[in-house]
Ligand binder design. Structure first.
Ligand SMILES: [Zn+2]
Ligand SMILES: [Zn+2]
Length: 111
């Protein structure tokens, strides 16, 4: 799977903070302050083919065993499309931690 890296500055649609470019060849695909993203990719990360543009809410955290990295799972508030993106180094750690806690609790209650 080919990943297109898009590193763009944007204004977060959820917390309205202006988010700078990430730099270092990484993609800036979600807001590091509130973790929300926008549904702009259709099938591949960075393809920008989606016309939905709904707010993507972080709903879960998974561990990608092959990439050895954590991924935030997003659910689009408009079309319910789900997709994971990699956690960025400057993401708000408390929010990530809270997401992990919520996710663990949800999984426990599920069994
Ligand atoms: Zn934000
Ligand atoms: Zn959507």
């Amino acid at each position: 799977m080919k990943i297109i890296h898009r590193d763009e500055a944007f204004i977060c649609q959820n917390c309205h903070t202006s988010v700078p470019k990430r730099g270092g060849g990484y993609s800036r695909d979600h807001c590091p302050y509130c973790l929300y993203g926008l549904h702009v990719d259709e099938r591949l990360p960075g393809d920008r083919k989606s016309e939905c543009h709904g707010l993507m809410k972080p709903t879960d955290i998974i561990y990608h065993t092959m990439k050895k990295t954590q991924q935030i799972v997003y659910t689009c508030s408009k079309c319910q499309h789900r997709f994971p993106v990699m956690v960025a180094k400057d993401d708000d750690k408390e929010l990530i931690f809270k997401l992990m806690q919520d996710s663990a609790i949800a999984k426990m209650l599920d069994v």
